[in-house]
Design a protein around this ligand. Structure first.
Ligand SMILES: [Zn+2]
Length: 327
């Protein structure tokens, strides 16, 4: 068939004629109640295969933070960057999602970061529910692994009685981050609000102290999972490179907190960075490497499921979501 502009227009002209009977049907079925809006999102889990390894992204939730938490923030630049990434701009506020990941290597079932406690914000704390929705039993998780020990990464660790929510899990994190959060010297030298953060972390990891394993530097912790030191956000902040066959995924933790702002302005940080200069250096190096190597990367604060790629454009970067994949 010769699909010319004329034949297209001719086709379009038929549409109102088709629409008319449909409208009549709508008005004829008045007895049926109007459909109610769902008003809630679908469960927050998503499967992603890395060769033989199955990764399940879990949504903990979203929250808004005052823009004062962003180091380097400038409202005009932020407005422009937000519009460019098709997000809604709210003056004085920035949106941040929180994700965790379950990694099934075939021999180990690992929860990598555990979301935020709901007491931080009522729109957070959904990880436990999404873990169940994804079909996991907390008793089957053998490892709780951490990119770092901040309150938005430890939320699901406790059950209602304050004990282990993952009764059979060993806690694994960097020696530097365990030391940092458990040093009374560091705690005393911290400002009041940071002391509260440290106390919260200590409370949530406490039941696991009898079953913990600490590591340093770059190390293959499980078959196909290697720690990648990414210091700055915290002293022991760590990403995990997952390899299987010819495929790989780097889960980089908190290299990015604000997708709308930091891909476009990699120099911008967050007030929770222990060493903001080092964090910015790590971020730039990571974005450079990810874009040059066309790496698949995932992050705890990238819009759910947080898996994608980094593209360089001039001095800035942009995030490209990974295409949907069947399980
Ligand atoms: Zn975080």
């Amino acid at each position: 068939m010769d699909l010319t502009k004329r034949s297209l227009l001719k086709g379009l002209a038929v549409i109102p004629a088709l629409a008319a009977p449909a409208l009549m049907l709508t008005s004829a079925s008045k007895a049926i109640a109007q459909p109610a809006m769902a008003g809630a999102q679908v469960p927050g889990y998503y499967r992603y295969r890395v060769g033989e390894i199955e990764v399940t992204a879990l949504l903990d939730g979203y929250t808004a933070m005052p823009s004062g938490f962003v180091i380097g923030y400038n409202e005009d630049t932020a407005r422009e960057a937000t519009a460019k990434s098709y997000r809604r701009f709210t003056p004085g506020m920035v949106n941040i999602p929180v994700n965790g990941y379950v990694i099934n290597t075939g021999s180990n079932l690992i929860l990598l970061d555990a979301g935020a406690p709901s007491l931080v914000s009522p729109t957070l704390g959904g990880l436990t529910g999404n873990l169940a929705a994804a079909g996991f039993n907390p008793a089957d998780i053998d490892t709780v692994l951490f990119t770092h020990l901040h309150p938005d990464h430890i939320g699901a660790l406790l059950n209602a009685e304050g004990g282990k929510a993952f009764p059979n899990a060993t806690l694994i994190c960097s020696e530097a981050d365990w030391g940092f959060t458990h040093s009374d010297e560091v705690r005393m030298a911290s400002p009041e609000e940071f002391r509260g953060m440290i106390d919260l972390v200590r409370q949530f990891v406490a039941p696991y102290t009898d079953s913990k394993d600490l590591f340093t530097g770059e190390k293959e912790l499980f078959t196909g999972i290697t720690s990648v030191p990414l210091p700055g956000h915290t002293p022991g902040h760590t990403g995990y490179a997952i390899h299987s066959g010819s495929e790989s995924l780097l889960i980089w933790g908190d290299v990015i907190h604000f997708s709308a702002l930091q891909f476009a302005n990699p120099g911008w940080g967050v007030v929770f960075d222990t060493d903001p200069v080092m964090a910015a250096k790590t971020r730039s190096a990571m974005l450079d490497r990810a874009s040059a190597d066309r790496m698949a990367v995932a992050g705890m604060h990238i819009d759910f499921p947080g898996i994608g790629y980094v593209e360089k454009s001039g001095d800035a970067y942009q995030h490209i979501n990974a295409p949907w994949m069947p399980a």
